[in-house]
Design a protein around this ligand. Structure first.
Ligand code: FMN
Length: 173
């Protein structure tokens, strides 16, 4: 279920940690395998977290956030009114430089499939934790890439807003 009406309240760090792990974390320490499938086992999608304090890249190996920009870029991740107001926007960035082994005609499809698996894990985690989420393809990719200081090889392909649903949208308990 997609949610488009959020509380502005920040997410507890524990939930932020768990949802990033669900999106892209390591779940097999012996081989570094991830919670999501990826073409040839190559992590072709990076997950960025746009928070009020800044833009961070999720580092799955160390399970930590690396500061990319000390700026609030949430409102740049899309056009809808809740964007920039909800506590967290994830941005899924395809790294074309890591798809050299994928035939060019398949790269877009494979990147979309890999990001789709991540997005769905976050939806499922959100449902289990009482959080709402919506994946968004309505974004200005070029402008967002500039605000995120991405390289030529990197392309933001999807965003996803997550937060507590506004009170009148919460499921009865
Ligand atoms: C690839 C993709 C892009 C989407 N882009 C947007 C978007 O830009 N904005 C939005 O509000 N919802 C977006 N959605 C969410 C769909 O509108 C939503 O999943 C659909 O209406 C079904 O509703 P449900 O998720 O509540 O079942 C997108 C979904 C997908 C799969």
């Amino acid at each position: 279920m997609s949610t488009r009406d959020f509380d502005e309240q920040q997410l507890p760090l524990q939930q932020l940690s768990e949802l990033l792990w669900a999106a892209a974390g390591v779940n097999r320490s012996y081989c570094g395998g991830r919670t999501v499938p990826s073409p040839h086992g190559e992590a072709v999608i990076d997950v960025y977290a746009a928070l009020p304090a800044g833009l961070y890249r999720y580092d799955p190996i160390h399970h930590c956030l690396a500061l990319k920009r000390a700026a609030d870029v949430r409102s740049m991740t899309g056009f809808q009114d809740f964007v920039g107001m909800a506590p967290l926007d994830l941005v899924y960035v395809a790294n074309h430089g890591r798809m050299q082994d994928v035939p060019p005609k398949l790269r877009e499809t494979f990147a979309a499939a890999a990001a789709g698996a991540m997005v769905q894990n976050v939806y499922l985690y959100g449902a289990s934790a009482g959080l709402g989420a919506v994946v968004r393809g309505w974004l200005n990719r070029r402008q967002l890439a500039e605000h995120m200081s991405l390289s030529e090889d990197e392309e933001p392909i999807l965003s996803q807003t997550i937060g507590r649903p506004a009170p009148h949208h919460r499921a009865p308990v």
